[in-house]
Design a protein around this ligand. Structure first.
Ligand code: GRF
Length: 217
């Protein structure tokens, strides 16, 4: 008997193009996890519609309904527990999570950030890359720790940057990369190929220190 795939929740706040990439991989039989729940902190997140169309259960928990960050996070965790979620995938979830939540899901909480971390944590990464004159840009899947955009990196998709590129163009190219690397990295964690050990990401067959880097055009 094939062992059951781990149940994941995908947390979103907006359009959910990364979520769509997961939905498409799952439909193609190429996702080593079951999307048990899509949860948004905003009822107007378009990703909810994508989930509904794919027949995936959805939940909305509005952060404004809670007195504190942690109270919101506890409500989210309760909903994740109800859905039997083992692994949490942040995909454009625009909330900073409390230390309580991060600790509860340590090693089971993933994020994707549109830059080659540790370069450019935070916002406006595409513009900042152009201003810095970097030759490469891309996206990083990482385990989430207390420090924003600073957890151990699992997989990076790297792109060459030409000085004539615009920030919008870069954003579009980075998104394409994200849709390729995020489901792959989640597969690695779901199958145990990538693990969180002693505050580091250990990837079987990967470099001893640092993420696997995949080059894109
Ligand atoms: C992605 O660019 C991701 O890197 C960032 O938020 C964006 C989400 O986009 N964390 P989408 O909602 O998946 O289209």
């Amino acid at each position: 008997m094939t062992p059951a795939k781990p149940r994941i929740a995908i947390l979103i706040s907006g359009s959910g193009t990364n979520l769509q990439a997961f939905i498409d991989r799952a439909a193609a039989g190429e996702l080593e996890a079951e999307i048990a729940l899509v949860l948004a902190n905003r009822p107007d997140a378009y990703g909810l519609e994508r989930a509904r169309q794919a027949g995936i259960p959805t939940a909305v928990i509005r952060h404004g309904d809670f007195e504190s960050r942690e109270a919101f996070d506890r409500a989210v965790a309760e909903r994740l527990d109800e859905a039997g979620v083992e692994l949490v995938v942040l995909a454009g979830f625009m909330r900073i999570l409390s230390p309580w939540f991060v600790d509860r899901y340590r090693g089971r909480l993933l994020n994707i950030h549109p830059a080659l971390l540790p370069r450019f944590p935070g916002l406006d990464t595409h513009q900042r890359v152009l201003e810095a004159g970097d030759e490469h840009h891309g996206s990083t899947v990482h385990f989430v720790t207390e420090e924003l955009d600073a957890g151990p990196c699992i997989l990076q998709g790297r792109l060459p940057v030409s000085p004539s590129t615009s920030a919008d163009e870069l954003m579009a190219r980075v998104q394409q990369v994200e849709h390729r690397i995020y489901p792959r990295a989640v597969n690695w964690v779901a199958t145990g190929r990538a693990r969180f050990v002693d505050e580091r990401a250990v990837i079987d067959g990967g470099p001893p220190d640092g993420p696997v880097i995949e080059d894109f055009e």
